[in-house]
Design a protein around this ligand. Structure first.
Ligand code: S3P
Length: 456
């Protein structure tokens, strides 16, 4: 049974009235990391607007500073980066603590791999469990060397190579992090680096490298496959970068609106890059009224204002597997929508979910079961049987240092009969530091504080 008031660390979400109004979602996490990294590799100054000021991005900023770049905050979302040029990174004096951030770690492993320096990475209790072999393998083929714990886990030292060699590499898993790590290494490798992906993954590295003046070739080679290639020793030039607002963060407000009948909200300037909007397509197939208006390109990325109206109960559907990479971070919040939908929602091809900030398949299955949802979980699938009504709720949810598990259950608490409490809100600060204020501004009833952690 959930208590009436939250105490430190615990956060409670209670049933609320329909959501309404407009909200400014924070900047895109993937694009924010890349803006700092590419700015740090460029010659000259990069001015960044709308950067996500969340802990994961702060880890990237601190790492780039430790390796010689100047990264400064000039006030609300405005940042300035003075780069060292490709090949110009220094060896840091200390171990780099990447906190909870897999994206920072994996991309920086690629970046360091192409420099003649050695860098040791570590992270929090979640990050030290995550596999890094997927990045080590191609980087070893290029000439970098690694010393880590078993199965390539952190703490891990990268010994970069002075003369990195370009490779051609077919990604064994659909991963934008692995693709980007190879591209970052390829920037300082002799020859042309080519990556083959069987299924398109987010292409922010490709878009931003072009924005910084590099030549990156992307070819569709049939059956949804793509090759991405770039030559080493190109020069990046400092640029202005405007970061779109994060479609993965917007997803929490959108689902909260859709499951609260009568809601109507607007989220301006959300990134709608087609490699990121799989959840929105899926929700529309479930019957959601989600509209993109004022579609435009800003800083090489497509954005739109998103209007959401909750007019009907959603229907369960089968989510096609080819869509998984374009909504890889959105399965926890889709599972919440599916729990309130009428009928069965089948989500398959989800092996990668077990390797995220937590084992997301397991954490969602356990939490939803505790909230009274009927479901079936397998190695790589989740089937949720909705009855068109909000679940009972009334559970205390373990979040295992996973921001998206935490936010998903707080969204469910906005409709469940009984309040839902989460054990730890601190990880939400990695990607969505104003989550509680923003959601409450739209009408949610979430109480508690995100808490402190070791980085503060
Ligand atoms: C990311 C890629 C995805 C995603 C992560 C961010 C990125 O990871 O889950 O949150 O910024 O490149 P994978 O590449 O491991 O699928």
């Amino acid at each position: 049974m959930v208590q009436e008031d939250s105490y430190f660390g615990f956060i409670i979400s209670k049933k609320c009235a329909p959501l309404s109004g407009s909200a400014v979602i924070p900047g895109d996490k993937s694009i924010s990391h890349r803006a700092i990294m590419f700015g740090a590799l460029a010659i000259g100054e990069t001015a960044i607007g709308g950067l996500l000021e969340g802990e994961d991005v702060f880890c990237t900023a601190a790492a780039m500073r430790a390796m010689g770049a100047k990264v400064e905050n000039c006030g609300k979302g405005l940042w300035r980066v003075n780069g060292v040029g490709i090949g110009g990174l220094h060896e840091p004096n200390q171990v780099l603590d990447m906190g909870n951030s897999g994206t920072s770690t994996r991309l920086l492993m690629g970046l360091v791999g192409g420099h003649d320096i050695s860098v040791t990475f570590t992270g929090d209790a979640s990050l030290v469990k995550r596999p890094m072999c997927r990045v080590m393998k191609p980087l070893e083929m290029m000439g970098a060397r690694f010393l880590g714990r078993s199965n390539g886990r952190l703490p891990l030292t990268v010994h970069g190579a002075k003369d990195l060699l370009a490779i051609e590499y077919r990604l064994p898993i659909a991963s934008a992090q692995v693709k980007s790590a190879i591209m970052l290494a390829g920037l300082n490798a002799a020859g042309r680096t080519t990556i083959i992906e069987d299924c398109p993954t987010r292409d922010h590295s490709e878009n931003m490298l072009r924005h910084f003046g590099a030549q990156v070739t992307v070819d569709d080679i049939g059956n949804g496959m793509r090759t991405i290639s770039l030559c080493g020793y190109q020069e990046l030039r400092g640029r202005e970068v405007v970061i779109p607002r994060d479609p993965s963060s917007a997803a929490f407000a959108i689902v909260a609106a859709l499951i609260n009948d009568g809601s109507e909200i607007t989220l301006p300037r959300i990134g709608i890059n087609e490699t990121r909007v799989g959840l929105y397509t899926t929700l529309k197939e479930m019957g959601a009224n989600i509209e993109f208006v004022n579609e435009r390109i800003e800083g090489g990325e497509k954005v739109a204002d998103i209007l959401v109206k909750a007019e009907r109960v959603l229907n369960g559907i089968d989510v096609p597997e080819y869509r998984v990479p374009s909504m890889i971070d959105e399965f926890p919040i889709l599972a919440i929508a599916a729990s309130c939908a009428q009928g069965t929602t089948k989500m398959t091809g989800l092996k990668e979910l077990r390797l995220k900030e937590s084992d997301r398949l397991l954490m969602m299955a356990k939490g939803l079961t505790a909230c009274g949802v009927s479901l079936e979980m397998g190695d790589d699938y989740l089937i949720i049987n909705g009855n068109g009504k909000a679940p009972v709720g009334g559970a205390h949810i373990k979040t295992a240092l996973d921001h998206r598990i935490a936010m998903s259950f707080l969204v469910l608490g906005s409709v469940s009969d009984e309040p839902i409490e989460i054990d730890d809100g601190a990880p939400i600060k990695t990607s969505f530091p104003n989550f509680i204020e923003l959601m409450n501004g739209l009408g949610c009833k979430i109480t508690g504080k995100l808490g402190v952690n070791d980085n503060e």
